[in-house]
Design a protein. Structure first.
Length: 626
């Protein structure tokens, strides 16, 4: 029994010795100090500041920003997020903030003041943001106690852009460029507004990346391959940038560059292609062009049996190889085209054939691939009408009730000559559709006959616009002419207001207006204000937009419109026409005093007032002399 007890005692002693040895051999550094760091220790009520905890070891090493557990000892004065360590000032006073990590505890004092915000400063003064990308002003807040605090990203700040539609803000003040242009930016927090001049210039989208296609290709020796480059831009658009790329063969003894992304295999082997845009490298790295050994087994020409005079048609030379693959080699430098009679038809080096005169001609193609040759005999026929065009003036015109016009249609022949008076041919037909809405692509087709405007084209091909109908809508008329399977659409915007004819001195003036927001959008104007006081969607715009609109607009086939002078607009004030007085809102005039134009309200203003030309809450009417 004693022997067994001694054995157990011996084993226990050995375990103790091993443990002691193990402890004495542990030289790993031990954590000794937890230290709190802060950007600021004093902050006004309502502001936040992040705290961080750093861990120090007995060997002098450090781990920054460990995940400590945070607690405020005075939550009525300052709170702290237990995970992130962000302190928020609640009331004036001092609060003890405590951090705990692996048994180590550290404290810091946060002083909360009742200082009030007195100023906001945005930095930098201005900067550029490419379309689709984002940027942010740094915001500094000045307080009544003389302190300055970083308010960047504060969600309580309200942001404003002087021009709508150019940029957008998120709740942290991050700015995203939406459309090209320059806009002034201001920030406000409570009753305090940023001072100084801060602008954003939203510039055209920038290239973010590009890819090359194909990335792997195999072709017989002597054939060419067109590589293409697709650019991906900051506004999420894509564009073919093949001709903007710097192309290079990394193996010029195997694959040679012919320019603009075209490469030719000259030695049977594997070649590599590289592409760069300025200093940017393709995301596809280096495409592989494998040049293979294959024998030509067929050589054919694909072409029609006839073509009309003056028309150009691409003939195709198709080469078949022993690899069971066929390739279009029409433009290959080892394929040579020839016309038996260039006076009847010509052919380019890439196989484009154009009829010169009526008759028969043979087009031949010869290739140095095994000396193959083939030909195609075709007939050049008389010229044919290949398209028709409605000749009704500008394709961006607006017409008003009472408008009438003879519709002209011409035919364009394959040789470029013109056939007049197609509209007199009995085979010509007309079709009219009406679409509801300002934008053609976003508009809705009107199918109910009761809702359609009264616009017709009679048997003499005369267009007549009698009346509009519902004056609160915007309608486009899509007029399509059809002739022998050929069509041409012509779109007109229908105005819901008649042109006013008013005597003025020894002249007669024509007034168009008030301009609807749909009519302005029709001519490509944007960043407009839709009059909230009128259900007819009357457009409000600044002086420069109004002037440009009148200079560009085509009403009833006339393009000599302009903004009326103050004296001319007073004639409208005298007669007070129906549907022109939009809740007393004023109209722009072309009369200036210094750099400020006059405006005139048709309901309450007989003399006019000066207005800031950048003001966008003003109506527009246009005038012309008859």
């Amino acid at each position: 029994m004693l022997k067994r007890y001694l054995s157990i005692l011996t084993i226990f002693s050995m375990i103790l010795m091993l443990t002691a040895c193990s402890d004495s051999d542990d030289d790993s550094p031990k954590p000794t100090v937890l230290q709190i760091t802060s950007e600021v220790n004093t902050l006004p009520v309502g502001l936040t500041t992040p705290l961080n905890a750093d861990l120090f070891y007995d060997d002098g090493s450090t781990i920054n920003h460990v995940t400590a557990v945070w607690e405020s000892m005075n939550p009525e004065i300052a709170t702290v997020d237990p995970i992130t360590g962000v302190v928020t000032g609640i009331s004036k006073g001092q609060a003890i903030i405590q951090a705990t990590y692996i048994g180590l505890v550290e404290e810091v004092t946060a002083t909360i003041t009742d200082a009030t915000l007195t100023s906001l400063t945005l930095r930098p003064g201005s900067f550029n943001i490419p379309l689709g990308q984002s940027g942010q002003f740094e915001v500094e807040g000045g307080y009544s106690d003389g302190s300055i605090h970083d308010l960047t990203g504060n969600s309580d700040i309200n942001w404003n852009s002087s021009v709508e539609g150019i940029i957008s803000f998120d709740d942290k003040g991050v700015i995203t460029a939406l459309s090209e242009g320059v806009t002034a930016v201001t920030a406000s927090l409570g009753n305090v507004k940023s001072s100084g001049s801060n602008t954003i210039n939203a510039t055209r989208a920038v290239l973010i990346n590009f890819s090359i296609s194909p990335d792997i290709i195999s072709k017989p020796k002597g054939l060419t391959q067109q590589f293409t480059a697709t650019g991906y831009y900051s506004d999420n658009t894509e564009k073919d940038i093949t001709n903007q790329i710097s192309w290079k063969s990394e193996t010029p003894n195997i694959v040679t560059s012919l320019g603009n992304g075209v490469f030719k295999g000259i030695v049977i082997d594997e070649g590599q292609i590289s592409a760069t845009f300025n200093d940017m490298i393709s995301s596809d790295n280096k495409p592989v062009f494998t040049v293979t050994r294959a024998l030509l087994t067929s050589f054919e020409i694909e072409a029609p049996n006839s073509q009309p005079l003056g028309k150009s048609i691409q003939f195709k030379a198709i080469a078949g190889f022993s690899s069971d693959e066929k390739y279009d080699v029409s433009a290959n430098d080892q394929v040579f085209w020839q016309s038996s009679d260039p006076a009847i038809a010509t052919v380019t080096s890439s196989g484009v054939v154009r009829g010169i005169s009526e008759g028969q001609v043979t087009i031949s193609a010869l290739t140095t691939f095994a000396g193959a040759r083939n030909s195609k005999t075709i007939t050049i026929k008389p010229k044919e009408i290949e398209s028709i065009v409605i000749k009704a003036g500008s394709k961006s015109q607006i017409i008003t009730p009472g408008y009438s016009k003879d519709m002209k249609v011409v035919g364009v022949y394959t040789d470029g000559s013109i056939e007049q008076d197609i509209e007199k041919n009995e085979e010509l037909t007309w079709d009219i559709q009406f679409r509801l809405g300002g934008s053609f692509f976003d508009s809705i087709l009107i199918t109910d006959s009761e809702d359609m405007p009264n616009l017709t084209i009679n048997a003499d091909d005369q267009l007549n616009f009698y009346n509009f109908g519902d004056k609160s809508r915007s309608v486009s008329a899509i007029i399509e002419a059809s002739y022998n399977g050929l069509t041409d659409p012509f779109v007109m915007q229908l105005s819901n207001r008649e042109i006013l004819n008013i005597p003025f001195n020894s002249q007669e003036l024509e007034f168009s207006g008030p301009i609807s927001i749909y009519q302005a959008e029709w001519l490509g104007f944007d960043q407009l204000t839709d009059s909230s006081s009128d259900t007819r969607h009357v457009s409000q715009m600044n002086y420069y937009q109004a002037s440009d609109y009148c200079n560009l607009v085509n009403y009833n086939g006339h393009q000599d419109w302009r903004l009326p002078s103050l004296e001319q607009l007073k004639q409208l004030y005298k007669i007070d026409p129906d549907n022109w007085n939009i809740s007393g809102e004023p109209y722009w005039t072309s009369t200036l005093e210094g750099e400020q134009p006059y405006v005139l309200s048709l309901s309450s203003d007989s003399n006019g007032n000066l207005r800031d030309p950048d003001s966008n809450n003003t109506l527009t009417a246009c005038v012309r002399e008859r």
